[in-house]
Design a protein around this ligand. Structure first.
Ligand code: PMP
Length: 398
């Protein structure tokens, strides 16, 4: 009889060896300090162009103060799942704030955006249903769809003709009880924005449930309130999903929607029911972040100003920056090996910008993804541009 230990080893060893031999094993960088516009990695201070900390709130003093007060008052852990005795006043307060930010009747908070997609989709969709999903949707959406058991109908990225065709087929001749359309609000690899006005039109014509994961749009689009608000569609999208880990700067995820939808998720979304609630310090910090966003749009404006400045600068240098409509600034390189080399050289020159290659993006579309934030100064961005110019010329990209 084979030992389980040996079976596991036979599974792991050849695959890990292959990844290491091909240089494909992802080495995880350790950031030695707070996540800000500059970070320290391996003892070296570099300009950070790789975080999702859009508004620079991850290290904000107001958030830290509120987190510490909450820890002193409630402790470091909530002690149980929300439905047993893990609901604190700050969890309820956070949900109220999210609903206010999103202009919805109610909201439910999860421990992460990933968790949220796993819980929310499967609480509503079943194997009798179909989910139409943009082919570039985030991994957590894909996994949430799979978990629900619904039939997944992939549509071409942002192709409204394809969406209409698949929707018509699914709703008019499909055997489904319900059909949902799911999309990212902002696509994180290219920075393009979901065509929500057209999507809503199709959805209303055919009776689709609509689900927008605005992880990269919240705090960025719609003066911070998100992509749905940007298009003035707050009462016409059924599920507004977001994360508390990017612009909000902390951790967690949420669904904003009608009171009825939230009431249902609170009794059916499994990560809400079966996983310990968000730590008190995190919940308090999230509330403060939303307050900061609702008090003023200053940080959001700075984020866009920085994004536009960087885009313009890279374009003027001759780089292909794709078709981003948000501060996310890809720098398209193409070849995977060259992309990785480019990123490595940037790092040596003091700019931390990660390469994104297959399988995260299609083969031959390797890119460096730059994530400017509200916390970057113009001097930092000028330094980034100077390094791009140097490395771009050295590698014959410009
Ligand atoms: N949805 C989308 C579209 C995302 O980009 C991400 C984060 N990469 C998530 C969900 C997951 O969010 P979190 O990091 O809060 O788990």
């Amino acid at each position: 009889m084979k030992l389980g230990k040996k079976v596991l080893d036979d599974f792991l060893t050849p695959q890990l060896n292959e990844l290491h031999e091909k240089g494909l094993y992802n080495i995880i960088d350790t950031v030695e300090g707070p996540n800000g516009p500059k970070v320290q990695i391996n003892g070296k201070t570099v300009i950070n162009m790789s975080s999702n900390n859009y508004l620079g709130l991850a290290d904000n003093d107001r958030l830290k103060k509120k987190a510490m007060e909450a820890i002193n008052r409630y402790g470091v852990g909530a002690g149980a799942v929300r439905t047993i005795n893990g609901t604190l006043p700050i969890h309820n307060e956070l949900e109220k704030r999210i609903a206010a930010l999103k202009h919805t009747e109610a909201a439910i908070a999860f421990q992460s955006g990933f968790n949220c997609n796993m819980g929310a989709i499967s609480a509503v969709m079943t194997k009798k249903d179909a989910i139409i999903s943009d082919e570039l949707n985030h991994a957590s959406i894909i996994d949430g769809c799979r978990l629900s058991g619904a039939n997944i109908l992939r549509v071409k990225h942002q192709d409204m003709d394809d969406l209409r065709r698949v929707t018509k087929e699914a709703t008019e001749s499909g055997p489904y009880e319900k059909v949902m359309y799911i999309t990212d609000g902002v696509f994180s690899m290219d920075g393009d924005v979901a065509k929500l006005p057209e999507i809503v039109e199709i959805a209303e014509e055919y009776g689709l449930i609509t689900y927008v994961d605005d992880a990269h749009g919240s705090g960025v689009m719609g003066e911070g309130a998100g992509t749905v608000k940007h298009f003035g569609l707050s009462d016409r999208i059924d599920f507004q999903i977001g994360t508390l880990s990017k612009a909000i700067g902390v951790v967690g995820g949420y669904v904003a929607g009608t009171q009825k939808l939230i009431d249902w998720l609170k009794v059916r979304a499994r990560p809400f029911l079966f996983s310990t609630s968000m730590p008190p310090g995190d919940a308090a910090a999230c509330i403060e972040a939303i307050d900061i966003m609702m008090e003023s749009t200053e940080k959001v404006e700075k984020l866009w100003e920085n994004g536009n400045y960087l885009k313009e600068g890279l374009k003027n240098l001759g780089f292909d920056i794709g078709h981003s409509e948000t501060p996310i600034t890809p720098c398209m390189i193409g070849d995977e090996t060259l992309t990785q080399k480019f990123s490595r050289r940037l790092m040596e020159e003091g700019v931390y910008a990660k390469s994104i290659t297959f399988p995260t993006v299609p083969k031959g579309t390797g890119r460096i993804r730059n994530m400017p934030t509200a916390a970057h100064t113009k001097e930092m961005l000028d330094e980034v541009l100077a390094v791009y110019e140097k490395v771009g010329k050295e590698l014959n990209i410009i």
